[in-house]
Write a protein that binds this ligand. Structure first.
Ligand SMILES: NC(=O)c1ccc[n+]([C@@H]2O[C@H](COP(=O)([O-])OP(=O)(O)OC[C@H]3O[C@@H](n4cnc5c(N)ncnc54)[C@H](O)[C@@H]3O)[C@@H](O)[C@H]2O)c1
Length: 333
Protein backbone atom coordinates (compact mmCIF):
# COMPACT_ATOMS: atom_id res chain seq x y z
CA UNK A 1 0.00 0.00 0.00
CA UNK A 2 1.14 3.54 -0.76
CA UNK A 3 2.46 5.42 2.22
CA UNK A 4 1.13 8.84 1.17
CA UNK A 5 -2.46 9.09 2.36
CA UNK A 6 -4.80 11.85 1.19
CA UNK A 7 -5.61 14.53 3.72
CA UNK A 8 -9.25 13.49 3.58
CA UNK A 9 -10.21 9.88 3.02
CA UNK A 10 -13.23 9.67 0.68
CA UNK A 11 -16.05 7.16 0.63
CA UNK A 12 -16.19 5.73 -2.89
CA UNK A 13 -18.65 3.37 -4.59
CA UNK A 14 -17.33 1.51 -7.63
CA UNK A 15 -19.83 -0.36 -9.78
CA UNK A 16 -18.64 -3.41 -11.67
CA UNK A 17 -15.62 -3.63 -9.40
CA UNK A 18 -15.32 -7.40 -9.07
CA UNK A 19 -12.95 -7.65 -12.00
CA UNK A 20 -11.27 -5.68 -14.77
CA UNK A 21 -10.85 -1.92 -14.60
CA UNK A 22 -13.30 -1.70 -11.68
CA UNK A 23 -11.21 -4.05 -9.54
CA UNK A 24 -8.10 -2.02 -10.29
CA UNK A 25 -9.94 1.20 -9.45
CA UNK A 26 -10.99 -0.22 -6.09
CA UNK A 27 -7.43 -1.29 -5.31
CA UNK A 28 -5.82 2.01 -6.34
CA UNK A 29 -8.44 4.01 -4.40
CA UNK A 30 -7.69 1.93 -1.31
CA UNK A 31 -3.96 2.40 -1.85
CA UNK A 32 -4.59 6.14 -1.98
CA UNK A 33 -6.19 5.93 1.46
CA UNK A 34 -9.88 6.01 0.53
CA UNK A 35 -12.68 3.65 1.59
CA UNK A 36 -14.44 1.65 -1.10
CA UNK A 37 -17.73 -0.18 -1.59
CA UNK A 38 -17.97 -2.44 -4.63
CA UNK A 39 -21.11 -3.43 -6.55
CA UNK A 40 -21.14 -6.32 -9.00
CA UNK A 41 -23.44 -9.01 -10.34
CA UNK A 42 -20.83 -11.76 -10.24
CA UNK A 43 -20.99 -13.17 -6.70
CA UNK A 44 -18.01 -15.51 -6.90
CA UNK A 45 -15.70 -12.92 -8.42
CA UNK A 46 -16.91 -10.23 -6.01
CA UNK A 47 -16.36 -12.38 -2.93
CA UNK A 48 -12.88 -13.27 -4.13
CA UNK A 49 -12.00 -9.64 -4.86
CA UNK A 50 -13.31 -8.34 -1.55
CA UNK A 51 -12.11 -11.03 0.82
CA UNK A 52 -9.01 -12.43 -0.90
CA UNK A 53 -7.60 -9.91 -3.37
CA UNK A 54 -8.26 -6.99 -1.00
CA UNK A 55 -8.02 -9.10 2.18
CA UNK A 56 -6.07 -6.68 4.35
CA UNK A 57 -8.34 -3.74 3.52
CA UNK A 58 -11.40 -5.91 4.12
CA UNK A 59 -10.12 -6.93 7.52
CA UNK A 60 -9.37 -3.29 8.33
CA UNK A 61 -12.94 -2.28 7.44
CA UNK A 62 -11.80 -0.16 4.48
CA UNK A 63 -13.65 -2.11 1.79
CA UNK A 64 -16.92 -3.98 1.50
CA UNK A 65 -19.19 -5.05 -1.32
CA UNK A 66 -22.68 -6.08 -2.39
CA UNK A 67 -23.96 -8.34 -5.11
CA UNK A 68 -26.27 -6.21 -7.21
CA UNK A 69 -27.81 -6.56 -10.65
CA UNK A 70 -27.52 -3.04 -11.99
CA UNK A 71 -30.41 -3.66 -14.34
CA UNK A 72 -32.71 -3.86 -11.33
CA UNK A 73 -33.48 -0.42 -9.91
CA UNK A 74 -35.03 -1.76 -6.69
CA UNK A 75 -31.87 -3.72 -5.99
CA UNK A 76 -29.77 -0.65 -6.73
CA UNK A 77 -31.69 1.47 -4.24
CA UNK A 78 -31.50 -1.17 -1.50
CA UNK A 79 -27.79 -1.81 -2.01
CA UNK A 80 -26.90 1.89 -2.13
CA UNK A 81 -28.59 2.26 1.27
CA UNK A 82 -26.43 -0.60 2.57
CA UNK A 83 -23.32 1.06 1.18
CA UNK A 84 -24.33 4.36 2.77
CA UNK A 85 -24.59 2.62 6.15
CA UNK A 86 -21.06 1.28 5.70
CA UNK A 87 -19.98 4.88 5.01
CA UNK A 88 -21.87 6.43 7.95
CA UNK A 89 -24.43 7.92 5.55
CA UNK A 90 -21.97 9.93 3.52
CA UNK A 91 -20.94 8.99 -0.04
CA UNK A 92 -18.26 11.22 -1.60
CA UNK A 93 -17.67 9.57 -4.95
CA UNK A 94 -19.60 7.26 -7.27
CA UNK A 95 -17.77 5.64 -10.17
CA UNK A 96 -20.23 4.18 -12.69
CA UNK A 97 -17.90 1.63 -14.23
CA UNK A 98 -20.05 -1.51 -14.72
CA UNK A 99 -20.87 -2.34 -18.29
CA UNK A 100 -21.37 -4.98 -20.85
CA UNK A 101 -17.87 -4.19 -21.98
CA UNK A 102 -17.72 -6.23 -25.18
CA UNK A 103 -18.58 -3.78 -27.98
CA UNK A 104 -19.69 -6.18 -30.74
CA UNK A 105 -23.07 -7.85 -31.19
CA UNK A 106 -22.76 -11.48 -30.10
CA UNK A 107 -21.85 -14.30 -32.51
CA UNK A 108 -20.90 -12.00 -35.38
CA UNK A 109 -24.44 -10.64 -35.75
CA UNK A 110 -25.22 -7.33 -37.43
CA UNK A 111 -28.07 -4.96 -36.66
CA UNK A 112 -29.98 -6.46 -39.58
CA UNK A 113 -30.53 -9.47 -37.34
CA UNK A 114 -33.73 -8.90 -35.34
CA UNK A 115 -32.22 -10.72 -32.35
CA UNK A 116 -29.91 -7.80 -31.68
CA UNK A 117 -32.88 -5.84 -30.35
CA UNK A 118 -32.67 -7.66 -27.01
CA UNK A 119 -28.93 -7.08 -26.91
CA UNK A 120 -29.56 -3.39 -27.61
CA UNK A 121 -31.81 -3.20 -24.56
CA UNK A 122 -29.22 -4.99 -22.43
CA UNK A 123 -26.52 -2.49 -23.47
CA UNK A 124 -28.71 0.51 -22.75
CA UNK A 125 -29.99 -0.85 -19.42
CA UNK A 126 -26.59 -1.98 -18.16
CA UNK A 127 -24.32 0.75 -19.50
CA UNK A 128 -26.55 3.82 -19.44
CA UNK A 129 -29.71 3.40 -17.37
CA UNK A 130 -27.77 1.87 -14.48
CA UNK A 131 -25.49 4.93 -14.37
CA UNK A 132 -28.57 7.13 -14.05
CA UNK A 133 -30.20 4.89 -11.43
CA UNK A 134 -27.01 4.54 -9.38
CA UNK A 135 -26.46 8.30 -9.45
CA UNK A 136 -30.06 8.96 -8.49
CA UNK A 137 -29.82 6.57 -5.54
CA UNK A 138 -26.54 8.10 -4.32
CA UNK A 139 -27.49 11.79 -4.54
CA UNK A 140 -29.22 11.98 -1.13
CA UNK A 141 -25.99 10.75 0.50
CA UNK A 142 -23.73 13.01 -1.56
CA UNK A 143 -25.16 16.49 -1.50
CA UNK A 144 -23.68 18.96 0.92
CA UNK A 145 -25.21 19.47 4.33
CA UNK A 146 -27.53 22.43 4.76
CA UNK A 147 -25.22 23.85 7.44
CA UNK A 148 -22.36 23.88 4.90
CA UNK A 149 -24.62 25.57 2.36
CA UNK A 150 -25.68 28.20 4.89
CA UNK A 151 -22.15 29.27 5.71
CA UNK A 152 -20.78 28.65 2.21
CA UNK A 153 -18.33 26.00 3.41
CA UNK A 154 -19.07 23.76 0.43
CA UNK A 155 -17.71 26.44 -1.88
CA UNK A 156 -14.51 26.95 0.05
CA UNK A 157 -13.26 23.63 1.39
CA UNK A 158 -12.14 20.63 -0.62
CA UNK A 159 -13.25 19.34 -3.99
CA UNK A 160 -16.70 18.19 -2.88
CA UNK A 161 -18.49 15.04 -3.96
CA UNK A 162 -18.42 13.82 -7.52
CA UNK A 163 -19.76 11.24 -9.92
CA UNK A 164 -17.55 9.74 -12.63
CA UNK A 165 -18.94 7.75 -15.53
CA UNK A 166 -16.52 5.35 -17.19
CA UNK A 167 -17.33 5.80 -20.86
CA UNK A 168 -15.40 4.67 -23.90
CA UNK A 169 -13.67 6.01 -26.99
CA UNK A 170 -16.38 4.10 -28.83
CA UNK A 171 -18.73 6.99 -28.08
CA UNK A 172 -16.86 8.82 -30.82
CA UNK A 173 -15.32 6.07 -32.89
CA UNK A 174 -17.26 2.94 -33.72
CA UNK A 175 -16.21 -0.03 -35.76
CA UNK A 176 -18.93 -1.93 -37.64
CA UNK A 177 -21.54 -3.81 -35.58
CA UNK A 178 -21.17 -1.91 -32.33
CA UNK A 179 -24.38 0.16 -32.37
CA UNK A 180 -25.58 -0.96 -28.92
CA UNK A 181 -22.29 -0.40 -27.15
CA UNK A 182 -21.44 2.83 -28.98
CA UNK A 183 -24.89 4.34 -28.39
CA UNK A 184 -24.83 3.45 -24.69
CA UNK A 185 -21.41 5.07 -24.31
CA UNK A 186 -22.42 8.17 -26.29
CA UNK A 187 -25.51 8.34 -24.06
CA UNK A 188 -23.24 8.46 -21.03
CA UNK A 189 -21.66 11.62 -22.44
CA UNK A 190 -25.04 13.33 -22.66
CA UNK A 191 -25.99 12.09 -19.21
CA UNK A 192 -22.72 13.38 -17.77
CA UNK A 193 -23.17 16.81 -19.32
CA UNK A 194 -26.80 17.10 -18.18
CA UNK A 195 -26.02 15.90 -14.65
CA UNK A 196 -23.17 18.37 -14.32
CA UNK A 197 -25.61 21.18 -15.02
CA UNK A 198 -28.42 19.84 -12.82
CA UNK A 199 -26.38 18.71 -9.82
CA UNK A 200 -23.96 21.62 -9.60
CA UNK A 201 -26.16 23.49 -7.15
CA UNK A 202 -26.01 20.47 -4.83
CA UNK A 203 -22.22 20.68 -4.87
CA UNK A 204 -21.93 17.45 -6.89
CA UNK A 205 -19.62 17.46 -9.91
CA UNK A 206 -20.07 14.97 -12.75
CA UNK A 207 -17.36 14.02 -15.22
CA UNK A 208 -16.48 11.17 -17.53
CA UNK A 209 -13.38 9.15 -18.23
CA UNK A 210 -13.33 7.43 -21.61
CA UNK A 211 -10.70 4.71 -21.79
CA UNK A 212 -9.01 3.53 -24.93
CA UNK A 213 -7.98 -0.10 -25.08
CA UNK A 214 -7.01 -1.16 -21.60
CA UNK A 215 -5.56 -4.60 -20.96
CA UNK A 216 -7.41 -6.03 -17.97
CA UNK A 217 -7.76 -9.79 -18.51
CA UNK A 218 -5.39 -10.39 -15.57
CA UNK A 219 -7.56 -8.38 -13.14
CA UNK A 220 -9.66 -11.33 -11.92
CA UNK A 221 -9.55 -14.48 -9.79
CA UNK A 222 -8.30 -16.67 -12.62
CA UNK A 223 -5.63 -14.11 -13.51
CA UNK A 224 -4.37 -14.09 -9.93
CA UNK A 225 -4.40 -17.88 -9.72
CA UNK A 226 -2.44 -18.21 -12.96
CA UNK A 227 -0.06 -15.42 -12.00
CA UNK A 228 -0.97 -13.35 -15.06
CA UNK A 229 0.03 -9.73 -15.36
CA UNK A 230 -0.55 -6.72 -17.59
CA UNK A 231 2.68 -6.98 -19.56
CA UNK A 232 1.94 -10.57 -20.53
CA UNK A 233 -1.13 -9.50 -22.52
CA UNK A 234 0.36 -6.67 -24.50
CA UNK A 235 0.95 -7.29 -28.19
CA UNK A 236 2.84 -5.19 -30.74
CA UNK A 237 -0.51 -4.06 -32.13
CA UNK A 238 -1.56 -2.69 -28.75
CA UNK A 239 1.56 -0.56 -28.76
CA UNK A 240 1.19 0.49 -32.41
CA UNK A 241 -2.45 1.45 -31.92
CA UNK A 242 -1.63 4.13 -29.36
CA UNK A 243 0.42 7.25 -30.04
CA UNK A 244 1.63 6.99 -26.45
CA UNK A 245 3.70 4.05 -27.75
CA UNK A 246 2.28 1.69 -25.19
CA UNK A 247 -0.97 -0.06 -24.37
CA UNK A 248 -3.38 1.29 -21.77
CA UNK A 249 -3.05 0.19 -18.16
CA UNK A 250 -5.85 -0.01 -15.57
CA UNK A 251 -3.74 2.44 -13.53
CA UNK A 252 -4.21 5.03 -16.28
CA UNK A 253 -7.94 5.03 -15.53
CA UNK A 254 -7.33 5.14 -11.77
CA UNK A 255 -4.97 8.11 -12.19
CA UNK A 256 -7.64 9.93 -14.20
CA UNK A 257 -10.31 9.23 -11.56
CA UNK A 258 -8.04 10.25 -8.69
CA UNK A 259 -7.37 13.50 -10.50
CA UNK A 260 -11.08 14.19 -11.01
CA UNK A 261 -11.89 13.36 -7.39
CA UNK A 262 -9.62 16.19 -6.25
CA UNK A 263 -10.29 18.57 -9.17
CA UNK A 264 -12.89 20.76 -7.50
CA UNK A 265 -13.32 23.14 -10.44
CA UNK A 266 -13.75 20.46 -13.10
CA UNK A 267 -17.37 19.68 -13.85
CA UNK A 268 -19.20 18.44 -16.93
CA UNK A 269 -16.29 17.44 -19.05
CA UNK A 270 -14.79 14.36 -20.58
CA UNK A 271 -11.43 16.08 -20.68
CA UNK A 272 -9.81 12.93 -19.56
CA UNK A 273 -10.81 11.01 -22.62
CA UNK A 274 -7.63 9.03 -22.37
CA UNK A 275 -7.89 6.83 -25.38
CA UNK A 276 -5.13 9.10 -26.55
CA UNK A 277 -6.14 8.91 -30.14
CA UNK A 278 -6.33 5.20 -30.85
CA UNK A 279 -5.00 4.99 -34.36
CA UNK A 280 -7.78 4.11 -36.72
CA UNK A 281 -7.26 1.16 -38.99
CA UNK A 282 -10.60 -0.31 -40.11
CA UNK A 283 -12.23 0.98 -43.32
CA UNK A 284 -15.03 2.50 -41.28
CA UNK A 285 -12.57 4.09 -38.92
CA UNK A 286 -10.57 5.52 -41.80
CA UNK A 287 -13.81 6.98 -43.14
CA UNK A 288 -14.53 8.45 -39.71
CA UNK A 289 -11.04 9.82 -39.61
CA UNK A 290 -11.54 11.69 -42.88
CA UNK A 291 -14.74 13.19 -41.54
CA UNK A 292 -13.03 14.24 -38.35
CA UNK A 293 -10.12 15.74 -40.26
CA UNK A 294 -12.46 18.05 -42.14
CA UNK A 295 -14.00 19.14 -38.85
CA UNK A 296 -10.57 19.54 -37.44
CA UNK A 297 -9.47 21.90 -40.19
CA UNK A 298 -12.62 23.93 -39.77
CA UNK A 299 -12.06 24.15 -36.05
CA UNK A 300 -8.43 25.16 -36.54
CA UNK A 301 -9.53 27.97 -38.84
CA UNK A 302 -12.17 29.04 -36.34
CA UNK A 303 -9.83 29.03 -33.40
CA UNK A 304 -7.03 30.66 -35.36
CA UNK A 305 -9.31 33.48 -36.47
CA UNK A 306 -10.79 34.29 -33.12
CA UNK A 307 -9.02 34.98 -29.88
CA UNK A 308 -12.37 35.00 -28.16
CA UNK A 309 -12.95 31.42 -29.22
CA UNK A 310 -10.04 30.24 -27.11
CA UNK A 311 -12.17 30.26 -23.99
CA UNK A 312 -14.38 27.65 -25.57
CA UNK A 313 -11.61 25.43 -26.82
CA UNK A 314 -11.95 22.79 -24.16
CA UNK A 315 -15.63 22.35 -24.76
CA UNK A 316 -15.29 22.19 -28.51
CA UNK A 317 -12.29 19.93 -28.56
CA UNK A 318 -13.96 17.70 -26.09
CA UNK A 319 -17.17 17.51 -28.02
CA UNK A 320 -15.55 16.57 -31.29
CA UNK A 321 -12.30 14.94 -30.42
CA UNK A 322 -12.28 14.12 -26.75
CA UNK A 323 -8.78 12.80 -26.95
CA UNK A 324 -7.04 15.94 -28.13
CA UNK A 325 -4.19 17.14 -26.03
CA UNK A 326 -5.65 20.60 -26.55
CA UNK A 327 -8.19 19.69 -23.86
CA UNK A 328 -5.48 20.41 -21.39
CA UNK A 329 -4.77 23.92 -22.65
CA UNK A 330 -6.06 26.62 -20.42
CA UNK A 331 -6.78 29.62 -22.62
CA UNK A 332 -7.73 33.09 -21.60
CA UNK A 333 -10.66 34.66 -23.39
N1 LIG B 1 -11.07 -2.58 -21.09
C1 LIG B 1 -11.13 -1.72 -22.11
O1 LIG B 1 -10.32 -1.77 -23.05
C2 LIG B 1 -12.18 -0.64 -22.12
C3 LIG B 1 -12.17 0.30 -23.16
C4 LIG B 1 -13.11 1.31 -23.17
C5 LIG B 1 -14.04 1.40 -22.16
N2 LIG B 1 -14.05 0.47 -21.16
C6 LIG B 1 -15.08 0.61 -20.13
O2 LIG B 1 -14.49 0.41 -18.85
C7 LIG B 1 -15.44 -0.22 -17.98
C8 LIG B 1 -14.85 -1.50 -17.40
O3 LIG B 1 -14.51 -2.35 -18.47
P1 LIG B 1 -13.72 -3.72 -18.26
O4 LIG B 1 -12.92 -3.94 -19.47
O5 LIG B 1 -13.07 -3.72 -16.94
O6 LIG B 1 -14.94 -4.75 -18.28
P2 LIG B 1 -15.14 -6.15 -17.50
O7 LIG B 1 -16.10 -6.92 -18.31
O8 LIG B 1 -13.82 -6.76 -17.18
O9 LIG B 1 -15.83 -5.69 -16.14
C9 LIG B 1 -17.16 -5.24 -16.11
C10 LIG B 1 -17.73 -5.56 -14.75
O10 LIG B 1 -19.11 -5.12 -14.74
C11 LIG B 1 -19.89 -6.14 -14.14
N3 LIG B 1 -21.28 -6.11 -14.63
C12 LIG B 1 -21.72 -6.31 -15.87
N4 LIG B 1 -23.06 -6.27 -15.90
C13 LIG B 1 -23.47 -6.02 -14.64
C14 LIG B 1 -24.75 -5.87 -14.02
N5 LIG B 1 -25.90 -6.00 -14.72
N6 LIG B 1 -24.81 -5.62 -12.71
C15 LIG B 1 -23.66 -5.51 -11.97
N7 LIG B 1 -22.43 -5.64 -12.50
C16 LIG B 1 -22.34 -5.90 -13.82
C17 LIG B 1 -19.20 -7.44 -14.55
O11 LIG B 1 -19.57 -8.53 -13.71
C18 LIG B 1 -17.74 -7.06 -14.44
O12 LIG B 1 -17.22 -7.32 -13.15
C19 LIG B 1 -16.70 -0.43 -18.81
O13 LIG B 1 -17.58 0.66 -18.61
C20 LIG B 1 -16.18 -0.44 -20.23
O14 LIG B 1 -17.18 -0.07 -21.16
C21 LIG B 1 -13.16 -0.55 -21.13
Amino acid sequence: MASSQPSISKNIIVSGGARGIGRALARYFLEAGHRVYIFDISEEELTYTTKTHLKKCYEDGKVNSAVCDLRNVKEIRAKVSEAAKFFDNSIDVLVNNASIASPYWKDGKTMEDADTFDEWKAYIDTNLTSAFAMSQACIPFMKFRQSDADDGAHRIHGAGPCIIHIGSFRAHTSDPNQEGYAASKAGQLGLMQAMSISLGHLGIRTNLVAPGRIKVAHECKEGDEKGQDWAGQVSEKDVDDHPTNRAGRPKDIADACLYLIEAGFVNGVGVLDIFVCVKLTSPQARYNRRWRSAEEEELDRFLGASRYACGRATEIWDRFYGHKESCWHVSEP
